[in-house]
Design a protein around this ligand. Structure first.
Ligand code: NAD
Length: 412
């Protein structure tokens, strides 16, 4: 099942609970707009390479399209479609006035120099510029894109229109109008969601053992924050493999090790594990924070965590969802758990449009409150309807989107 097929199964499940008409499900099954672009980039060796990129706009019933841009060799239209749909649900679960979109370029950033990445980003921005804008579609970072990428997008777009447009992207460097707290926002949201989930099991975060797959923006910052919230990070991984120490890892030392060697693997005083083994380690909370489809029907029965908090988008397949639900393992779904990123993106956009800037404490307080509210709303629906947390989050979000669509009507 590819990511888009997964997203469609999830939509149909929610549609059943909401008694949606087939025509509404059909509208929501297809993105409103899809743009595929091919563009040449001059590489450092003087040769020209042609890249394929996408921008998919799923739904804007509740506000402008919003969603990140991914650079990865496996980016394809179905992945971007799924990610765009999940953005629609995510902004609706959090009740922020956005729709959902996603972009991506099939490339291997690990094999590209900084200047090649800059040229690729500027060219891709020019190619998608007709459909993005501060009031229409606002990109942000995702896998292997970062504040620097956003700075290039903002600069290119600004040069195209002839004036500075900070609100065209979020996740920018602070010096270009980025928000305090944005770089750690997704992870903070993940850990706040983990804390609320632990509370539902009548547990505090102190001493809980956490395993994190993926040690990038989301995974590494989640590890730092988990420690701050009193939990013990016992295993982490990146694309090359993982490390495990049941007594707990010194996260800052792991970060230094990764900086030195390029990976978390071979960290002294920890055992190397594969990414597959990592998911099945004994722990209280498992945070998949890498890519899609990591927890599937083949390994769901071996997951030992009591709570799974989805830092990544789409890490659990629908078959695995069923197995985990039957085993009474709570899965805090991506559209809720990793919503802290788009939440603070929204705060960044509001600050850009009003030219009034907030302190990190203000941002974090607003983030914590919104995440707690959204968690409680989803948790209450899950209990009331005896469904898993993903279905509950979809009932809430799809319901909100359909309400907006119905009130606006179907012009002409
Ligand atoms: P990133 O590029 O900063 O980090 C990705 C990490 O995953 C890296 O450590 C990489 O080594 C690791 N990885 C890649 N392939 C792997 C594999 N096969 N097995 C294990 N690890 C692997 O990306 P990120 O921004 O941290 O995004 C991670 C996930 O979180 C993605 O699913 C993304 O869509 C989602 N997400 C990100 C944000 C955000 O604000 N950055 C917001 C919401 C959701």
């Amino acid at each position: 099942m590819n990511a888009y097929e997964m997203a469609l199964v999830q939509l149909r499940t929610a549609a059943k609970y909401l008694n949606l008409e087939d025509s509404i499900v059909e509208i929501l099954s297809r993105p409103k707009r899809e743009l595929q672009v091919s563009f040449p980039v001059k590489m450092d060796n003087g040769k020209v390479k042609v890249f394929t990129g996408y921008r998919v706009q799923h739904n804007d019933a509740r506000g402008p399209f919003k969603g990140g841009i991914r650079y990865h060799p496996l980016v394809d239209i179905n992945e971007v479609r799924a990610l765009a749909m999940w953005m629609t649900w995510k902004t609706a679960v959090l009740n922020i006035p956005y729709g959902g979109a996603k972009g991506g370029v099939a490339c291997n950033p690990k094999e590209m120099s900084k200047s090649e990445l800059e040229r690729l980003t500027r060219k891709y921005t020019m190619m998608i510029s007709p459909i993005i804008g501060p009031y229409t579609d606002i990109p942000a970072p995702d896998v292997y894109t970062d504040p620097q990428t956003m700075a290039w997008i903002m600069d290119t777009y600004s040069q195209l229109v002839g004036y500075r447009v900070p609100a065209i992207v979020t996740g920018k460097p602070i010096s270009l109008g980025g928000s305090a707290g944005r770089s750690t926002a997704t992870s903070r949201g993940v850990i706040v969601a983990a804390k609320e989930a632990a509370k539902a099991f009548k547990r505090e975060m102190e001493g809980l053992g956490i395993v994190i797959q993926g040690f990038g923006n989301v995974g590494a910052n989640a590890a730092i924050l988990a420690r701050e919230f009193g939990a013990k990070v016992i295993a982490v991984s990146d694309s090359k493999g993982g490390i495990y120490n049941e007594k707990g890892l010194d996260v800052f030392e792991v970060l230094k090790h990764k900086e030195r060697t390029g990976s978390v693997v071979n960290f002294p005083s920890a055992k190397n594990v594969t990414n597959e083994e990592l998911l099945e380690l004994p722990c209280d909370i498992l945070v998949p924070a890498a890519l899609e489809g990591q927890i599937h029907k083949g390994n769901a029965k071996n997951i030992q965590a009591k709570i799974v908090v989805e830092g990544a988008n789409g890490p659990t397949t629908p078959e695995a969802d069923k197995i985990l639900f039957d085993r009474e393992i709570m899965v805090v779904p991506d559209i809720l758990a990793n919503g802290g990123g788009v939440l603070v993106s929204y705060f960044e956009w509001v600050q850009n449009l009003t030219n009034l800037y907030w302190t990190e404490n203000e941002v974090n307080d607003k983030l914590d409150n919104k995440m707690r509210d959204a968690f409680l709303q989803v948790y209450n629906i899950a209990r009331e309807k005896c469904v898993d947390m993903r279905t509950a989050a979809l009932i809430l979000s799809v319901g909100r989107v359909v309400e907006a669509m119905n009130i606006a009507g179907y012009f002409p």
